[in-house]
Design a protein around this ligand. Structure first.
Ligand SMILES: [Fe+2]
Ligand SMILES: [Fe+2]
Length: 230
């Protein structure tokens, strides 16, 4: 699989993989790329182009994970990207899934218990995911920012951070949701809506796995390293 470089034209990244659209958007880069390269656009938007290209490549090719490279960036830069991704999940991905789920329910026979239980399953999932995101934003990220900006203030409050189990559970549940729809639900609803919903869920799943991987394999080891230096 091709590895993108900074002198590639931004438009060619989209042609190669249109799933990169939200990733690029997250960095604040707007469409209307003309023939500008990645490096040119990053300069225009004042974005660290090494970071941008590392994130884009690891999203594009799940087998390519430039761990060394990513570990070399400031945790603040990584947190900023993670927060933008959270915002995208909360404001766009989850409402999108929810909307289609609701359409699907409306397209099925009135009072369909299956559809109601799927919707309830999803709402439970969403609640857990939002709680997880809130914990990161309100407790974990501020702790890390504090650790970097004024280490003395958190001298005696070493947090032991690990998200792996929670991430794993979130992954399992999204998998369950897919399986309910693909394998176990009686297809008495509008299948085109269901297909759209599944495509949306698959897209979200890819995004969230990529996100969790950056937290588990980059951010947490960085924090452990800073804590151990002290
Ligand atoms: Fe997160
Ligand atoms: Fe997380």
């Amino acid at each position: 699989m091709k590895e993108f470089r900074k002198d590639d034209r931004m438009a060619s990244l989209i042609s190669a993989n249109h799933y990169l659209l939200p990733v690029i958007h997250r960095f604040g880069i707007r469409l209307g790329f003309k023939n500008k390269t990645v490096a040119e656009l990053c300069a225009k938007y004042k974005i660290n182009s090494d970071f941008f290209i590392a994130i884009v490549n690891s999203f594009h090719n799940p087998n390519y994970f430039p761990e060394e490279k990513l570990l070399s960036f400031s945790p603040l830069l990584i947190i900023d990207y993670l927060k933008k991704t959270h915002r995208y999940f909360v404001r766009y991905s989850l409402p999108g899934i929810e909307k289609r789920l609701h359409q699907l329910q409306l397209s099925s026979p009135e009072g369909s218990h299956e559809m109601l239980s799927i919707e309830n399953f999803y709402l439970e999932y969403k609640k857990k995911l939002l709680a997880h995101i809130a914990d990161e934003e309100e407790r974990v990220f501020p702790y890390i920012v504090g650790l970097i900006s004024s280490p003395e203030s958190i001298e005696n409050k070493k947090l032991h951070l690990s998200f792996e189990e929670e991430h794993h559970n979130v992954d399992l549940e999204i998998d369950d949701l897919k399986n309910l729809l693909i394998k176990y639900t009686n297809p008495v609803y509008d299948e085109l809506i269901c297909n759209e919903l599944l495509i949306e869920i698959f897209r979200f799943e890819k995004d969230i796995i990529d996100h969790a991987r950056i937290e588990d394999n980059i951010l947490i080891p960085q924090v452990n390293q800073i804590q151990n230096q002290r």
